[in-house]
Ligand binder design. Structure first.
Ligand code: PEP
Ligand code: MG
Length: 592
Protein backbone atom coordinates (compact mmCIF):
# COMPACT_ATOMS: atom_id res chain seq x y z
CA UNK A 1 0.00 0.00 0.00
CA UNK A 2 1.23 3.50 -0.73
CA UNK A 3 -0.35 6.93 -0.43
CA UNK A 4 0.20 9.64 -3.04
CA UNK A 5 -0.78 13.21 -2.35
CA UNK A 6 -1.89 15.79 -4.90
CA UNK A 7 -4.38 18.59 -5.35
CA UNK A 8 -8.06 17.83 -4.74
CA UNK A 9 -10.04 19.25 -7.67
CA UNK A 10 -13.25 17.22 -7.94
CA UNK A 11 -14.66 15.74 -4.74
CA UNK A 12 -15.95 12.24 -4.12
CA UNK A 13 -14.56 8.74 -3.82
CA UNK A 14 -13.49 6.53 -6.75
CA UNK A 15 -12.41 2.91 -6.41
CA UNK A 16 -11.14 0.85 -9.34
CA UNK A 17 -8.25 -0.52 -11.34
CA UNK A 18 -5.71 1.90 -12.78
CA UNK A 19 -5.88 2.24 -16.51
CA UNK A 20 -3.41 4.23 -18.62
CA UNK A 21 -4.26 6.33 -21.59
CA UNK A 22 -2.92 5.12 -24.92
CA UNK A 23 -2.79 7.73 -27.57
CA UNK A 24 -1.43 8.85 -30.88
CA UNK A 25 -2.87 6.23 -33.21
CA UNK A 26 -5.06 8.54 -35.21
CA UNK A 27 -2.68 11.39 -35.83
CA UNK A 28 -0.73 9.70 -38.57
CA UNK A 29 -2.38 6.62 -40.02
CA UNK A 30 0.23 4.13 -41.22
CA UNK A 31 1.22 2.58 -44.54
CA UNK A 32 0.85 -1.19 -44.93
CA UNK A 33 3.25 -3.79 -46.28
CA UNK A 34 2.71 -5.82 -49.44
CA UNK A 35 0.35 -8.70 -48.88
CA UNK A 36 -1.93 -6.75 -46.49
CA UNK A 37 -3.96 -5.04 -49.24
CA UNK A 38 -6.82 -7.55 -49.30
CA UNK A 39 -7.29 -7.31 -45.54
CA UNK A 40 -7.48 -3.51 -45.76
CA UNK A 41 -10.05 -3.67 -48.55
CA UNK A 42 -12.21 -6.06 -46.54
CA UNK A 43 -12.02 -3.70 -43.55
CA UNK A 44 -13.01 -0.84 -45.82
CA UNK A 45 -15.98 -2.73 -47.25
CA UNK A 46 -17.21 -3.68 -43.79
CA UNK A 47 -16.92 -0.09 -42.61
CA UNK A 48 -18.82 1.15 -45.67
CA UNK A 49 -21.61 -1.34 -45.04
CA UNK A 50 -21.80 -0.31 -41.41
CA UNK A 51 -21.93 3.35 -42.43
CA UNK A 52 -24.75 2.65 -44.88
CA UNK A 53 -26.79 0.97 -42.14
CA UNK A 54 -26.11 3.81 -39.71
CA UNK A 55 -27.23 6.41 -42.25
CA UNK A 56 -30.41 4.49 -43.03
CA UNK A 57 -31.25 4.23 -39.35
CA UNK A 58 -30.52 7.90 -38.85
CA UNK A 59 -32.72 8.76 -41.82
CA UNK A 60 -35.62 6.72 -40.43
CA UNK A 61 -35.19 8.41 -37.05
CA UNK A 62 -35.15 11.91 -38.53
CA UNK A 63 -38.16 11.18 -40.73
CA UNK A 64 -40.04 10.01 -37.69
CA UNK A 65 -39.07 12.86 -35.38
CA UNK A 66 -38.61 15.87 -37.67
CA UNK A 67 -40.40 14.93 -40.88
CA UNK A 68 -39.48 13.77 -44.37
CA UNK A 69 -38.02 17.03 -45.64
CA UNK A 70 -35.33 17.02 -42.93
CA UNK A 71 -34.27 13.54 -43.96
CA UNK A 72 -33.40 14.63 -47.51
CA UNK A 73 -29.89 15.53 -46.47
CA UNK A 74 -29.30 11.92 -45.62
CA UNK A 75 -30.42 10.83 -49.08
CA UNK A 76 -27.68 13.01 -50.48
CA UNK A 77 -25.18 11.35 -48.16
CA UNK A 78 -26.40 7.86 -49.05
CA UNK A 79 -25.90 8.75 -52.71
CA UNK A 80 -22.31 9.76 -52.07
CA UNK A 81 -21.80 6.45 -50.34
CA UNK A 82 -22.93 4.65 -53.46
CA UNK A 83 -20.62 6.64 -55.70
CA UNK A 84 -18.41 3.98 -57.20
CA UNK A 85 -15.70 6.42 -58.23
CA UNK A 86 -15.12 7.51 -54.68
CA UNK A 87 -14.85 3.98 -53.41
CA UNK A 88 -12.69 2.82 -56.31
CA UNK A 89 -10.31 5.61 -55.56
CA UNK A 90 -9.99 4.47 -51.95
CA UNK A 91 -9.30 0.89 -53.07
CA UNK A 92 -6.76 2.11 -55.58
CA UNK A 93 -4.89 4.03 -52.90
CA UNK A 94 -4.68 0.88 -50.83
CA UNK A 95 -3.53 -1.27 -53.78
CA UNK A 96 -1.13 1.15 -55.46
CA UNK A 97 0.20 3.34 -52.66
CA UNK A 98 0.01 0.71 -49.93
CA UNK A 99 -2.05 3.08 -47.80
CA UNK A 100 -3.90 1.61 -44.83
CA UNK A 101 -7.65 2.16 -45.13
CA UNK A 102 -7.39 5.07 -42.64
CA UNK A 103 -4.54 6.64 -44.57
CA UNK A 104 -6.39 6.31 -47.88
CA UNK A 105 -9.34 8.18 -46.36
CA UNK A 106 -7.17 10.92 -44.86
CA UNK A 107 -5.37 11.49 -48.17
CA UNK A 108 -8.59 11.50 -50.15
CA UNK A 109 -10.11 14.12 -47.85
CA UNK A 110 -7.03 16.27 -48.35
CA UNK A 111 -7.30 15.86 -52.11
CA UNK A 112 -10.97 16.95 -52.12
CA UNK A 113 -10.20 19.93 -49.93
CA UNK A 114 -7.52 20.97 -52.42
CA UNK A 115 -9.88 20.68 -55.38
CA UNK A 116 -12.92 22.31 -53.76
CA UNK A 117 -11.01 25.21 -52.23
CA UNK A 118 -10.35 26.47 -55.80
CA UNK A 119 -14.07 26.63 -56.57
CA UNK A 120 -15.57 30.10 -56.33
CA UNK A 121 -19.20 29.19 -55.76
CA UNK A 122 -19.75 28.97 -52.00
CA UNK A 123 -22.48 26.32 -52.27
CA UNK A 124 -20.39 23.99 -54.38
CA UNK A 125 -17.41 24.61 -52.13
CA UNK A 126 -19.54 23.60 -49.17
CA UNK A 127 -20.22 20.20 -50.74
CA UNK A 128 -16.78 19.06 -49.70
CA UNK A 129 -18.07 18.91 -46.15
CA UNK A 130 -20.71 16.35 -47.11
CA UNK A 131 -18.12 14.15 -48.77
CA UNK A 132 -15.78 14.61 -45.86
CA UNK A 133 -18.54 13.77 -43.44
CA UNK A 134 -19.17 10.45 -45.17
CA UNK A 135 -15.49 9.62 -45.31
CA UNK A 136 -15.13 10.42 -41.61
CA UNK A 137 -18.03 8.16 -40.78
CA UNK A 138 -16.38 5.34 -42.68
CA UNK A 139 -13.14 6.08 -40.89
CA UNK A 140 -14.90 6.04 -37.54
CA UNK A 141 -16.38 2.64 -38.33
CA UNK A 142 -12.96 1.33 -39.32
CA UNK A 143 -11.69 2.03 -35.87
CA UNK A 144 -14.80 0.92 -34.07
CA UNK A 145 -13.23 -2.07 -32.33
CA UNK A 146 -10.38 -0.01 -30.95
CA UNK A 147 -12.69 2.76 -29.95
CA UNK A 148 -15.42 0.83 -28.30
CA UNK A 149 -13.28 0.50 -25.22
CA UNK A 150 -15.35 0.98 -22.17
CA UNK A 151 -13.94 3.03 -19.34
CA UNK A 152 -16.69 2.16 -16.86
CA UNK A 153 -15.25 1.58 -13.44
CA UNK A 154 -11.61 2.40 -14.31
CA UNK A 155 -9.36 4.89 -12.62
CA UNK A 156 -7.86 6.81 -15.51
CA UNK A 157 -4.19 7.55 -14.90
CA UNK A 158 -2.29 9.98 -17.14
CA UNK A 159 0.40 12.61 -17.11
CA UNK A 160 -1.84 15.05 -18.94
CA UNK A 161 -5.06 14.61 -20.83
CA UNK A 162 -6.52 16.59 -23.72
CA UNK A 163 -10.12 17.77 -23.72
CA UNK A 164 -10.87 15.53 -26.72
CA UNK A 165 -9.50 12.50 -24.89
CA UNK A 166 -11.55 13.25 -21.81
CA UNK A 167 -14.62 13.70 -23.96
CA UNK A 168 -13.91 10.43 -25.71
CA UNK A 169 -13.54 8.52 -22.43
CA UNK A 170 -16.63 10.01 -20.83
CA UNK A 171 -18.70 9.24 -23.88
CA UNK A 172 -17.72 5.58 -23.48
CA UNK A 173 -18.59 4.83 -19.92
CA UNK A 174 -18.16 6.54 -16.60
CA UNK A 175 -14.70 6.18 -15.08
CA UNK A 176 -14.43 5.94 -11.30
CA UNK A 177 -11.83 8.69 -11.10
CA UNK A 178 -9.07 10.64 -12.84
CA UNK A 179 -5.54 10.80 -11.44
CA UNK A 180 -3.30 13.24 -13.32
CA UNK A 181 0.13 14.72 -13.08
CA UNK A 182 -0.75 18.06 -14.68
CA UNK A 183 -3.76 20.30 -14.29
CA UNK A 184 -5.57 22.64 -11.94
CA UNK A 185 -9.10 23.62 -10.88
CA UNK A 186 -10.01 24.92 -14.32
CA UNK A 187 -8.07 22.51 -16.53
CA UNK A 188 -10.51 21.35 -19.19
CA UNK A 189 -10.41 17.70 -18.22
CA UNK A 190 -11.22 18.77 -14.67
CA UNK A 191 -14.18 20.87 -15.81
CA UNK A 192 -15.57 17.84 -17.61
CA UNK A 193 -14.92 15.54 -14.67
CA UNK A 194 -16.73 17.99 -12.39
CA UNK A 195 -19.70 18.20 -14.75
CA UNK A 196 -20.06 14.43 -14.51
CA UNK A 197 -19.17 14.20 -10.83
CA UNK A 198 -16.03 12.10 -11.41
CA UNK A 199 -13.59 12.43 -8.49
CA UNK A 200 -10.27 13.87 -9.65
CA UNK A 201 -6.84 14.47 -8.16
CA UNK A 202 -4.13 16.36 -10.06
CA UNK A 203 -0.51 17.23 -9.37
CA UNK A 204 0.71 13.67 -8.60
CA UNK A 205 4.37 13.68 -9.59
CA UNK A 206 5.62 10.82 -11.81
CA UNK A 207 2.15 9.39 -11.80
CA UNK A 208 2.89 6.87 -14.53
CA UNK A 209 5.67 5.27 -12.53
CA UNK A 210 4.11 5.63 -9.09
CA UNK A 211 1.05 3.69 -10.23
CA UNK A 212 1.19 0.57 -12.39
CA UNK A 213 -1.49 -0.36 -14.87
CA UNK A 214 -4.06 -2.74 -13.36
CA UNK A 215 -3.29 -1.89 -9.75
CA UNK A 216 -6.23 -1.33 -7.40
CA UNK A 217 -6.56 2.37 -6.53
CA UNK A 218 -8.74 4.40 -4.17
CA UNK A 219 -9.07 8.06 -5.10
CA UNK A 220 -10.22 10.50 -2.46
CA UNK A 221 -11.10 13.56 -4.51
CA UNK A 222 -12.00 15.57 -1.40
CA UNK A 223 -8.63 15.31 0.21
CA UNK A 224 -6.38 14.95 -2.84
CA UNK A 225 -5.24 11.49 -1.79
CA UNK A 226 -4.62 8.42 -3.94
CA UNK A 227 -4.13 5.08 -2.20
CA UNK A 228 -2.36 2.51 -4.38
CA UNK A 229 -3.00 -1.18 -3.53
CA UNK A 230 -5.18 -0.42 -0.48
CA UNK A 231 -5.87 -3.01 2.22
CA UNK A 232 -9.24 -4.80 2.29
CA UNK A 233 -10.11 -2.85 5.40
CA UNK A 234 -9.43 0.48 3.63
CA UNK A 235 -11.50 -0.56 0.63
CA UNK A 236 -14.51 -1.48 2.72
CA UNK A 237 -14.30 1.82 4.63
CA UNK A 238 -14.16 3.79 1.41
CA UNK A 239 -17.04 1.83 -0.13
CA UNK A 240 -19.19 2.83 2.88
CA UNK A 241 -18.11 6.48 2.67
CA UNK A 242 -18.82 6.59 -1.05
CA UNK A 243 -22.34 5.27 -0.52
CA UNK A 244 -23.21 7.81 2.14
CA UNK A 245 -21.90 10.70 0.01
CA UNK A 246 -23.99 9.58 -2.94
CA UNK A 247 -27.13 9.40 -0.80
CA UNK A 248 -26.62 12.92 0.51
CA UNK A 249 -26.18 14.29 -3.03
CA UNK A 250 -29.32 12.53 -4.23
CA UNK A 251 -31.40 14.12 -1.44
CA UNK A 252 -30.29 17.54 -2.60
CA UNK A 253 -31.92 17.21 -5.98
CA UNK A 254 -35.33 17.47 -4.33
CA UNK A 255 -34.59 21.13 -3.66
CA UNK A 256 -34.27 22.07 -7.29
CA UNK A 257 -37.92 22.85 -7.92
CA UNK A 258 -38.11 25.59 -5.29
CA UNK A 259 -37.92 29.25 -6.40
CA UNK A 260 -34.53 30.88 -7.01
CA UNK A 261 -34.64 33.55 -4.37
CA UNK A 262 -32.35 34.73 -1.58
CA UNK A 263 -33.73 35.04 1.97
CA UNK A 264 -34.31 38.77 1.41
CA UNK A 265 -36.26 38.16 -1.78
CA UNK A 266 -33.59 38.87 -4.44
CA UNK A 267 -34.22 36.70 -7.50
CA UNK A 268 -31.37 34.94 -9.25
CA UNK A 269 -31.15 32.68 -12.31
CA UNK A 270 -29.37 29.39 -12.66
CA UNK A 271 -28.06 28.01 -15.94
CA UNK A 272 -25.82 25.04 -16.65
CA UNK A 273 -22.65 24.61 -18.69
CA UNK A 274 -22.55 21.62 -21.01
CA UNK A 275 -20.00 20.11 -23.36
CA UNK A 276 -22.00 17.39 -25.11
CA UNK A 277 -25.56 17.43 -26.38
CA UNK A 278 -26.06 14.14 -24.52
CA UNK A 279 -25.42 15.92 -21.22
CA UNK A 280 -28.58 17.90 -21.83
CA UNK A 281 -30.57 14.70 -21.47
CA UNK A 282 -29.57 14.50 -17.81
CA UNK A 283 -30.89 17.96 -16.98
CA UNK A 284 -34.55 18.61 -16.51
CA UNK A 285 -35.77 21.78 -18.19
CA UNK A 286 -37.88 22.79 -15.18
CA UNK A 287 -34.95 23.24 -12.85
CA UNK A 288 -32.82 25.62 -14.93
CA UNK A 289 -33.25 28.81 -16.87
CA UNK A 290 -31.38 27.10 -19.69
CA UNK A 291 -27.95 26.28 -21.03
CA UNK A 292 -25.70 29.19 -20.10
CA UNK A 293 -22.72 27.82 -22.00
CA UNK A 294 -22.66 25.11 -24.65
CA UNK A 295 -18.96 24.52 -25.33
CA UNK A 296 -19.71 23.66 -28.94
CA UNK A 297 -16.07 22.85 -29.79
CA UNK A 298 -16.64 19.50 -28.09
CA UNK A 299 -18.66 18.55 -31.17
CA UNK A 300 -15.32 18.52 -32.97
CA UNK A 301 -13.20 17.22 -30.13
CA UNK A 302 -15.50 14.25 -29.54
CA UNK A 303 -15.42 12.82 -33.03
CA UNK A 304 -12.26 14.44 -34.31
CA UNK A 305 -14.07 15.94 -37.24
CA UNK A 306 -15.86 19.15 -38.14
CA UNK A 307 -19.62 18.54 -38.11
CA UNK A 308 -21.21 19.86 -41.32
CA UNK A 309 -23.69 22.71 -41.11
CA UNK A 310 -26.68 20.41 -41.37
CA UNK A 311 -25.57 18.24 -38.49
CA UNK A 312 -24.89 21.31 -36.34
CA UNK A 313 -28.28 22.69 -37.26
CA UNK A 314 -29.97 19.54 -35.99
CA UNK A 315 -28.03 19.53 -32.73
CA UNK A 316 -28.72 23.19 -31.99
CA UNK A 317 -32.39 22.78 -32.90
CA UNK A 318 -32.75 19.81 -30.56
CA UNK A 319 -31.19 21.78 -27.69
CA UNK A 320 -33.46 24.74 -28.32
CA UNK A 321 -36.46 22.46 -28.22
CA UNK A 322 -35.53 21.19 -24.81
CA UNK A 323 -34.63 24.38 -22.91
CA UNK A 324 -36.05 27.83 -22.33
CA UNK A 325 -32.73 29.44 -23.37
CA UNK A 326 -29.62 28.06 -25.04
CA UNK A 327 -26.39 30.02 -25.33
CA UNK A 328 -24.19 28.48 -27.99
CA UNK A 329 -20.58 29.50 -27.76
CA UNK A 330 -18.82 29.51 -31.12
CA UNK A 331 -16.07 26.88 -31.43
CA UNK A 332 -13.38 27.80 -28.89
CA UNK A 333 -10.46 26.08 -30.61
CA UNK A 334 -6.74 26.59 -30.25
CA UNK A 335 -4.38 26.19 -27.26
CA UNK A 336 -5.04 22.65 -26.02
CA UNK A 337 -8.29 22.24 -27.96
CA UNK A 338 -7.19 20.96 -31.35
CA UNK A 339 -8.06 18.23 -33.79
CA UNK A 340 -5.61 16.61 -36.16
CA UNK A 341 -7.61 17.52 -39.24
CA UNK A 342 -7.56 21.27 -38.77
CA UNK A 343 -4.47 23.37 -39.38
CA UNK A 344 -2.92 24.93 -36.27
CA UNK A 345 0.35 26.85 -36.23
CA UNK A 346 3.10 25.85 -33.85
CA UNK A 347 2.95 28.54 -31.21
CA UNK A 348 5.45 29.47 -28.51
CA UNK A 349 2.69 30.51 -26.19
CA UNK A 350 -0.57 28.86 -27.25
CA UNK A 351 -2.73 30.14 -24.37
CA UNK A 352 -2.04 33.63 -25.71
CA UNK A 353 -2.09 32.55 -29.31
CA UNK A 354 -4.60 32.13 -32.06
CA UNK A 355 -7.54 30.75 -30.12
CA UNK A 356 -11.29 31.32 -29.84
CA UNK A 357 -12.64 34.03 -32.10
CA UNK A 358 -9.11 34.79 -33.34
CA UNK A 359 -8.87 31.32 -34.84
CA UNK A 360 -12.37 31.53 -36.31
CA UNK A 361 -11.66 34.84 -38.01
CA UNK A 362 -8.74 33.28 -39.82
CA UNK A 363 -10.71 30.07 -40.57
CA UNK A 364 -13.93 31.38 -42.00
CA UNK A 365 -14.78 28.00 -43.47
CA UNK A 366 -15.45 26.99 -39.85
CA UNK A 367 -17.06 30.22 -38.72
CA UNK A 368 -19.62 30.66 -41.49
CA UNK A 369 -21.28 27.23 -41.39
CA UNK A 370 -21.54 27.48 -37.61
CA UNK A 371 -23.14 30.92 -37.69
CA UNK A 372 -25.47 29.68 -40.45
CA UNK A 373 -26.44 26.64 -38.39
CA UNK A 374 -27.07 28.75 -35.28
CA UNK A 375 -29.14 31.32 -37.14
CA UNK A 376 -31.20 28.66 -38.89
CA UNK A 377 -31.81 26.77 -35.66
CA UNK A 378 -32.84 30.01 -33.96
CA UNK A 379 -35.83 30.30 -36.30
CA UNK A 380 -37.89 27.68 -34.45
CA UNK A 381 -38.24 28.95 -30.89
CA UNK A 382 -36.22 32.16 -30.98
CA UNK A 383 -34.51 31.09 -27.80
CA UNK A 384 -30.94 30.64 -29.01
CA UNK A 385 -28.17 33.14 -28.30
CA UNK A 386 -24.79 33.23 -29.99
CA UNK A 387 -21.71 33.90 -27.89
CA UNK A 388 -18.12 34.52 -28.96
CA UNK A 389 -15.11 33.23 -26.97
CA UNK A 390 -11.79 34.96 -26.30
CA UNK A 391 -12.79 38.38 -27.58
CA UNK A 392 -10.12 41.06 -27.03
CA UNK A 393 -11.53 44.32 -28.34
CA UNK A 394 -14.47 46.23 -29.80
CA UNK A 395 -13.22 45.80 -33.35
CA UNK A 396 -13.54 42.03 -33.08
CA UNK A 397 -17.11 42.42 -31.84
CA UNK A 398 -17.92 44.64 -34.81
CA UNK A 399 -16.36 42.11 -37.16
CA UNK A 400 -18.43 39.36 -35.64
CA UNK A 401 -21.61 41.39 -35.95
CA UNK A 402 -20.76 41.93 -39.63
CA UNK A 403 -20.36 38.18 -40.13
CA UNK A 404 -23.76 37.61 -38.51
CA UNK A 405 -25.34 40.22 -40.81
CA UNK A 406 -23.59 38.70 -43.79
CA UNK A 407 -24.99 35.26 -42.98
CA UNK A 408 -28.46 36.73 -42.48
CA UNK A 409 -28.15 38.16 -46.00
CA UNK A 410 -27.22 34.74 -47.40
CA UNK A 411 -30.14 33.07 -45.65
CA UNK A 412 -32.57 35.71 -46.90
CA UNK A 413 -31.43 35.06 -50.45
CA UNK A 414 -31.86 31.34 -49.91
CA UNK A 415 -35.27 31.93 -48.32
CA UNK A 416 -34.23 30.05 -45.23
CA UNK A 417 -35.88 31.20 -41.99
CA UNK A 418 -33.91 32.58 -39.02
CA UNK A 419 -34.45 34.74 -35.97
CA UNK A 420 -33.94 38.34 -37.14
CA UNK A 421 -32.97 39.51 -33.65
CA UNK A 422 -30.72 36.64 -32.65
CA UNK A 423 -29.01 37.91 -29.46
CA UNK A 424 -25.24 38.12 -29.89
CA UNK A 425 -23.01 38.27 -26.83
CA UNK A 426 -19.41 37.90 -25.76
CA UNK A 427 -17.46 36.02 -23.17
CA UNK A 428 -15.41 38.31 -21.00
CA UNK A 429 -12.20 36.33 -20.65
CA UNK A 430 -9.54 38.83 -21.63
CA UNK A 431 -8.83 41.72 -19.22
CA UNK A 432 -8.86 44.31 -22.02
CA UNK A 433 -12.50 43.48 -22.72
CA UNK A 434 -13.47 43.58 -19.04
CA UNK A 435 -11.99 47.06 -18.77
CA UNK A 436 -14.10 48.17 -21.73
CA UNK A 437 -17.29 46.63 -20.29
CA UNK A 438 -19.26 49.88 -20.57
CA UNK A 439 -18.62 50.27 -24.28
CA UNK A 440 -18.87 46.57 -24.95
CA UNK A 441 -22.29 46.56 -23.29
CA UNK A 442 -23.51 49.17 -25.73
CA UNK A 443 -22.99 46.94 -28.75
CA UNK A 444 -23.69 43.40 -27.54
CA UNK A 445 -26.89 41.87 -26.25
CA UNK A 446 -25.35 40.10 -23.26
CA UNK A 447 -22.06 39.28 -21.53
CA UNK A 448 -20.82 36.20 -19.76
CA UNK A 449 -17.66 36.24 -17.67
CA UNK A 450 -15.31 33.31 -18.25
CA UNK A 451 -13.45 33.43 -14.97
CA UNK A 452 -11.29 30.41 -15.85
CA UNK A 453 -9.49 32.31 -18.56
CA UNK A 454 -9.93 35.76 -17.07
CA UNK A 455 -8.00 34.70 -13.96
CA UNK A 456 -5.17 33.19 -15.98
CA UNK A 457 -4.74 36.41 -17.95
CA UNK A 458 -5.10 38.72 -14.93
CA UNK A 459 -2.59 36.80 -12.84
CA UNK A 460 -0.37 35.79 -15.80
CA UNK A 461 -0.50 32.18 -14.59
CA UNK A 462 -1.31 29.21 -16.84
CA UNK A 463 -4.54 27.60 -15.65
CA UNK A 464 -3.31 24.18 -16.85
CA UNK A 465 0.03 24.31 -15.06
CA UNK A 466 -0.32 22.87 -11.58
CA UNK A 467 2.80 24.74 -10.40
CA UNK A 468 1.29 28.16 -10.97
CA UNK A 469 -2.47 27.57 -11.31
CA UNK A 470 -3.11 28.25 -7.58
CA UNK A 471 -2.14 31.85 -8.38
CA UNK A 472 -5.36 32.07 -10.40
CA UNK A 473 -7.34 32.75 -7.24
CA UNK A 474 -10.77 34.20 -8.07
CA UNK A 475 -11.04 35.45 -4.49
CA UNK A 476 -8.05 37.73 -4.84
CA UNK A 477 -9.28 41.32 -4.28
CA UNK A 478 -7.65 42.38 -7.57
CA UNK A 479 -9.87 39.95 -9.42
CA UNK A 480 -13.03 40.73 -7.46
CA UNK A 481 -12.55 44.43 -8.19
CA UNK A 482 -12.40 43.74 -11.90
CA UNK A 483 -15.53 41.60 -11.63
CA UNK A 484 -17.40 44.27 -9.69
CA UNK A 485 -16.50 46.84 -12.32
CA UNK A 486 -17.54 44.57 -15.22
CA UNK A 487 -20.82 43.49 -13.64
CA UNK A 488 -21.77 47.06 -12.79
CA UNK A 489 -20.97 48.46 -16.22
CA UNK A 490 -23.10 45.84 -17.94
CA UNK A 491 -25.98 46.29 -15.53
CA UNK A 492 -25.83 50.09 -15.89
CA UNK A 493 -26.47 49.59 -19.60
CA UNK A 494 -29.34 47.21 -18.80
CA UNK A 495 -27.48 44.23 -20.28
CA UNK A 496 -27.64 40.71 -18.90
CA UNK A 497 -24.40 39.53 -17.42
CA UNK A 498 -23.59 36.05 -16.10
CA UNK A 499 -20.57 34.18 -14.83
CA UNK A 500 -20.02 30.86 -16.59
CA UNK A 501 -16.50 30.11 -15.32
CA UNK A 502 -15.98 27.50 -12.61
CA UNK A 503 -16.04 30.24 -9.99
CA UNK A 504 -19.85 30.19 -10.12
CA UNK A 505 -19.83 26.46 -9.26
CA UNK A 506 -17.99 26.87 -5.94
CA UNK A 507 -20.13 27.81 -2.93
CA UNK A 508 -18.05 30.50 -1.22
CA UNK A 509 -17.08 31.95 -4.60
CA UNK A 510 -20.70 32.01 -5.79
CA UNK A 511 -21.63 33.90 -2.62
CA UNK A 512 -18.95 36.47 -3.39
CA UNK A 513 -20.42 36.90 -6.86
CA UNK A 514 -23.85 37.42 -5.31
CA UNK A 515 -22.31 40.11 -3.09
CA UNK A 516 -20.80 41.79 -6.15
CA UNK A 517 -24.30 42.13 -7.61
CA UNK A 518 -24.34 39.14 -9.95
CA UNK A 519 -27.73 37.51 -10.47
CA UNK A 520 -27.02 35.00 -13.27
CA UNK A 521 -24.94 31.93 -12.56
CA UNK A 522 -24.06 29.28 -15.11
CA UNK A 523 -22.72 26.26 -13.29
CA UNK A 524 -21.44 22.75 -13.68
CA UNK A 525 -24.51 20.43 -13.71
CA UNK A 526 -23.31 18.36 -10.75
CA UNK A 527 -23.01 21.53 -8.64
CA UNK A 528 -26.42 22.96 -9.53
CA UNK A 529 -28.29 21.84 -6.38
CA UNK A 530 -25.41 22.87 -4.12
CA UNK A 531 -25.20 26.39 -5.55
CA UNK A 532 -28.97 26.72 -5.46
CA UNK A 533 -29.13 25.83 -1.80
CA UNK A 534 -26.26 28.13 -0.87
CA UNK A 535 -27.63 31.16 -2.70
CA UNK A 536 -31.13 30.69 -1.31
CA UNK A 537 -29.89 30.42 2.27
CA UNK A 538 -28.46 33.92 2.63
CA UNK A 539 -29.54 37.57 2.43
CA UNK A 540 -28.05 39.24 -0.65
CA UNK A 541 -27.73 42.57 1.17
CA UNK A 542 -25.78 41.05 4.05
CA UNK A 543 -23.36 39.36 1.66
CA UNK A 544 -23.00 42.59 -0.32
CA UNK A 545 -21.87 44.48 2.80
CA UNK A 546 -19.38 41.75 3.68
CA UNK A 547 -17.90 41.76 0.19
CA UNK A 548 -17.62 45.52 0.14
CA UNK A 549 -15.62 45.35 3.33
CA UNK A 550 -13.57 42.37 2.12
CA UNK A 551 -12.45 44.25 -0.96
CA UNK A 552 -10.31 46.43 1.30
CA UNK A 553 -8.20 43.44 2.30
CA UNK A 554 -4.93 42.87 0.57
CA UNK A 555 -4.79 39.28 -0.57
CA UNK A 556 -6.91 36.32 -1.59
CA UNK A 557 -6.17 34.12 1.38
CA UNK A 558 -6.96 36.87 3.87
CA UNK A 559 -10.13 37.70 1.97
CA UNK A 560 -11.30 34.09 1.91
CA UNK A 561 -10.60 33.60 5.61
CA UNK A 562 -12.52 36.76 6.44
CA UNK A 563 -15.49 35.77 4.30
CA UNK A 564 -15.62 32.27 5.68
CA UNK A 565 -15.45 33.60 9.22
CA UNK A 566 -18.34 36.00 8.57
CA UNK A 567 -20.49 33.40 6.83
CA UNK A 568 -19.85 30.96 9.65
CA UNK A 569 -20.90 33.61 12.20
CA UNK A 570 -24.08 34.75 10.42
CA UNK A 571 -25.18 31.48 8.79
CA UNK A 572 -23.59 28.72 10.89
CA UNK A 573 -25.93 26.06 9.63
CA UNK A 574 -25.34 26.63 5.92
CA UNK A 575 -21.62 27.06 6.51
CA UNK A 576 -21.42 23.67 8.25
CA UNK A 577 -23.45 22.19 5.45
CA UNK A 578 -21.09 23.56 2.77
CA UNK A 579 -18.17 22.04 4.64
CA UNK A 580 -19.93 18.72 4.85
CA UNK A 581 -21.33 18.49 1.34
CA UNK A 582 -18.05 19.60 -0.21
CA UNK A 583 -16.08 17.45 2.27
CA UNK A 584 -13.59 20.20 2.64
CA UNK A 585 -12.53 19.52 6.20
CA UNK A 586 -9.15 18.25 5.19
CA UNK A 587 -8.67 19.89 1.87
CA UNK A 588 -5.25 21.33 1.48
CA UNK A 589 -6.17 23.75 -1.26
CA UNK A 590 -7.96 26.98 -0.55
CA UNK A 591 -11.57 27.25 -1.62
CA UNK A 592 -14.16 24.60 -2.16
C1 PEP B 1 -13.84 30.35 -18.97
O1 PEP B 1 -12.77 30.65 -19.51
O2 PEP B 1 -14.16 30.70 -17.83
C2 PEP B 1 -14.83 29.52 -19.70
C3 PEP B 1 -16.03 29.32 -19.22
O3 PEP B 1 -14.41 28.95 -20.86
P1 PEP B 1 -13.51 27.64 -20.92
O4 PEP B 1 -13.39 27.10 -19.52
O5 PEP B 1 -14.19 26.71 -21.84
O6 PEP B 1 -12.23 28.19 -21.46
MG1 MG C 1 -12.48 30.25 -21.61
Amino acid sequence: MKVLRGQAVVGGIGIGKARFLRRGKRLSPPKIIKGEEAEQIIRLERAIEKTRKELEELKAHIEETLGKEHALILDAQLLILQDKKLLDELAERILKNLDSAERAIKNLIEKYHGIFSQVEDYHIREKVHDIEDILRRIEKNLGEEAREENWDGSVVVAKNIFPSETAHIISRGKPEAFVLEFGGETYHAVILARAYGIPTVVGIENVETEIREGEEVVVNGDEGIVIVSPSRFQISNYVELKKSLQEERARLNELLLEPNETLDGEKFSLFVNIEFPAEAELISREVVEGIGLFRSEYLLLMNQRVPPEEEQYEIYTALSEKFKWVIIRLFDLGAEKKIADLPFHEEENPAMGERGIRYLFSHRDLLYPQVRAILRASAHRKNIKLMAPMVTNIKEIKNLLMVVEDVKGQLRMEKKPFHQDLPVGVMVEVPSLALMADRVSKIVDFLSIGTNDLTQYIFAADRANERVSPLCNPLDPAFLKLLRFTIKKAQDQGKEIAVCGEMASRPIHALSLLGLGLREFSVSPAMLPVIKRVLSSVEAQVIRKKINFALRLSDGQELEEYLRGEIEKIYPEIYRWIRRICHEKNRKTLGI
